[in-house]
Design a binder for this molecule. Structure first.
Ligand code: SF4
Length: 687
């Protein structure tokens, strides 16, 4: 038997994997040497995927309440309750909350059902928590949500700037590629991050920036480039529009000294970075959750893109801003319009787009406006405005900010459906109906990684119990709601071709996402599909998908950073551990991965620990106005004084402590709706 070529279940790097089954529920995993993302490499999480394919904790049968039910009975009930709720309260009284773990085909069918047939855009995704500020920033600057970089650009750059990203832990194969390229070409590496993480260990420069001051730092860089003659006047003149007053704004108040003061950085350190940037036309600025997960995330994204546009560092090899995504298919979700704020195929809710998509789908009731974004959606549920919810492949009772309030909302919702691979999650505790979904190794479809490479996920395990693919579950509900013909899919390839046709439908080149050649591929070609990247080399011709073909600088201003509060004098930042993923439902099954960090730690600067009477290994209670939880104290010089860090992974199912989700504020970025997980006012006490 030949190994099956598939894609990793975890992060947005999207590494190719070869899987050789060695028994009914066991598999040997290797990196796929032919995959362009990883060339055979795998990080610890990917390497140990074989330890996670057992059936421990799996949901194997449909459940209504605590009782096992047939698929027919469960699907009939879901369709009936959604139909009744819509008839009584209107389409906006129901919602789907989906996930970057879904495959593109799953995402497409769920999006079509909600936006084209139910007639509401109340379908949002946990990708809202991950990179929706990058989406909003791309749309503002480029006119379309296009990531204009590839992993190869990292290897062709002379300078790589990592902003708000612990790449060594969160995107390990990208970090390995960066390190290999540096060894080969001598590229410089600058890390901008309040914490001194493992990513900083081998960097040429680390800027421990004050959280929330990235706009000032990037505006200061632009002012420096302006003074140093690094702005590209020809590129600006032909390819970029600047709003009135933009340059006056940049030139006033963004000198080196005042920027260093705002960012709490030594001026000499800042100057070193600015000089490195000015001297390196081939620069890639890679950014991740430290930029996106902020109540100013979209402005921070645009501040980075502004610098690249004004210096002409875009659309050329080794020169681009690069948003890297967290989840395996956050990008595929974006392509089919999986966010409440976007329509399918990278379209927005402009009336002609609504009409176009409605025509393509022959939709009886098209959503005409954006729906509720994740935080607002659960708030609306708490207020009684959402009366039926379907959660697919995610755990909002843990992962959304102010998770205690989210649980109250779930409790109050009259009808909750959860489709998942895991039987008992913090969210499924509130479900009226649980539907067993196919897991990694059983699913069949496509994913898009951070550099726009589309790859196949292929099954190599038989579906256990009565588990079914997500696309099948959604289409069966749609058919029971009365839309039999519009959801007559027999296999993922049927959905893929329809999605590809929609990207090309009446698309005269106005959108770069265009999968025209995929719209007619046969089932065999779908099965044997090789990884490919859409969009070619975006912006290489200097044209952007805006009405006048020019990119847009966005005037972004540094807002005041909240001063420490009397009762909450510290600042909490949150993030991932190297060997864990989200709420540990999969990585928690691997004993080898558990060894890296066996319990949740609160990292704190030794000076702060001393002032609080905390010693290494003490139990410490971290409190915020939203909630509190216990962590083990870890003293770290890598923390800025006054700031602490906790991991996102631990849940009720695992321990009583380490519940980071209870702590952040439910505040969101005004443009993207992405929650600001970073910079929460907090307090630490010894237990
Ligand atoms: Fe999987 Fe990401 Fe690791 Fe690659 S880098 S093996 S995609 S977790």
């Amino acid at each position: 038997m030949q190994p099956i070529r598939t894609t990793c279940a975890y992060c947005g790097v999207g590494c190719g994997i070869t899987a050789m089954p060695t028994g009914p529920r066991s598999v040997q995993i290797k990196g796929d040497e032919a995959h362009p993302a990883n060339g055979g490499r795998l990080c610890s999480k990917g390497t140990h995927l074989g330890e996670t394919v057992g059936l421990t904790g799996r949901l194997l049968h449909p459940m209504i309440g605590k009782r096992r039910a047939s698929w027919d009975k469960a699907l009939d009930l879901v369709a009936k309750r959604f139909r009744e709720t819509i008839d009584r309260h209107g389409p906006d009284s129901v919602a789907f909350y989906v996930s970057g773990q879904l495959l593109t085909e799953d995402y497409y069918v769920a999006n079509k059902l909600m936006k084209g047939f139910i007639g509401s855009a109340n379908i949002d995704t946990n990708s809202r928590l991950c990179m929706s500020s990058a989406v909003a920033g791309h749309n503002r600057a480029f006119g379309e949500d296009v990531v204009p970089a590839t992993y190869t650009d990292l290897e062709e750059a002379d300078l790589i700037v990592l902003v708000g990203s612990n790449t060594a832990w969160c995107h390990p194969i990208v970090y390995q590629r960066i390190q290999a390229a540096r060894a080969a070409r001598g590229a410089k590496l600058v890390v901008i991050d309040p914490r001194r993480t493992e990513t900083c260990e081998d960097a040429d420069l680390h800027l421990p920036v004050k959280p929330g001051t990235d706009v000032a730092l990037m505006n200061g860089l632009l002012a420096w480039c302006d003074q140093a003659g690094v702005i590209d006047p020809a590129f600006m003149a032909h390819h970029v529009n600047a709003p009135e007053g933009f340059w006056e704004h940049i030139r006033a108040g963004h000198d080196l000294w005042s920027t260093a003061k705002t960012c709490d950085l030594a001026p000499a350190l800042l100057q070193q970075f600015y000089e490195l940037f000015a001297a390196a036309p081939r620069t890639v600025t890679l950014f991740s959750q430290g930029i996106n997960q902020s109540i100013r995330g979209t402005d921070q994204v645009n501040a980075i893109i502004n610098v690249h546009l004004a210096t002409g560092r875009i659309g050329k090899p080794g020169a681009a801003p690069f948003s890297i995504t967290g989840q395996p298919n956050a990008m595929g979700g974006r392509e089919v319009g999986g966010l409440a704020s976007t329509l399918a195929a990278h379209m927005d809710f402009a009336p002609d787009n609504v009409e176009r998509v409605g025509r393509f789908w022959a939709a009886p009731r098209m959503a005409a406006k954006p729906g509720l974004k994740a935080v607002d959606l659960f708030r609306a549920m708490g207020e009684g405005r959402i009366k039926a919810l379907w959660v697919m492949a995610t755990n909002p009772a843990v992962s959304l900010p102010d998770a205690g309030r989210v649980r109250e909302a779930l409790e109050s919702c009259p009808f909750v459906v959860v489709s998942d691979v895991i039987a008992d999650t913090d969210t499924s505790a509130y479900a009226d109906v649980r539907l067993p979904a196919a897991g990694w190794g059983e699913k069949d479809g496509t994913v898009t990684n951070s550099d726009r490479t589309i790859s196949r996920q292929r099954p190599f395990l038989t579906l256990p119990g009565e588990a079914r693919p997500d696309w099948w579950i959604v289409k069966e509900v749609a058919r029971r709601m009365g839309w039999r013909n519009a959801f007559a899919y027999e296999r993922p390839a049927d959905i893929w071709r329809e999605h590809a046709r929609l990207t090309a439908y009446q698309n005269d080149g106005a959108r770069l996402l265009n999968l025209r050649s995929q719209a007619i591929i046969g089932n065999d070609a779908y099965e044997t599909m090789e990884p490919f990247r859409w969009g070619g080399a975006p912006f290489a011709d200097g044209r952007f998908p805006t009405p006048d073909g020019k990119a847009r600088l966005v005037m972004v201003k540094q807002m005041d950073v909240q001063a420490p509060l009397h009762d909450w004098p510290m600042t909490l930042n949150t993030g991932r551990y190297r060997d864990q993923w989200h709420t540990m439902t999969r990585t928690g099954l691997s004993p080898k991965l558990a060894r890296h960090r066996e319990e949740p730690l609160v990292e704190i600067h030794p000076h702060d620990a001393q002032a609080l009477g905390l010693e290494e290994g003490d139990l410490a209670r971290v409190s915020t106005p939203q909630g509190d939880s216990l962590f083990r104290a870890a003293l770290s010089e890598g923390q800025r004084p006054g700031e602490i860090f906790t991991p996102i992974h631990w849940t009720d199912q695992i321990s009583t402590g380490g519940r980071t989700g209870l702590l952040p504020r439910p505040l969101t970025d005004p443009h993207s709706g992405q929650p600001g997980f970073k910079s929460t006012p907090a307090r630490v006490e010894r237990q």
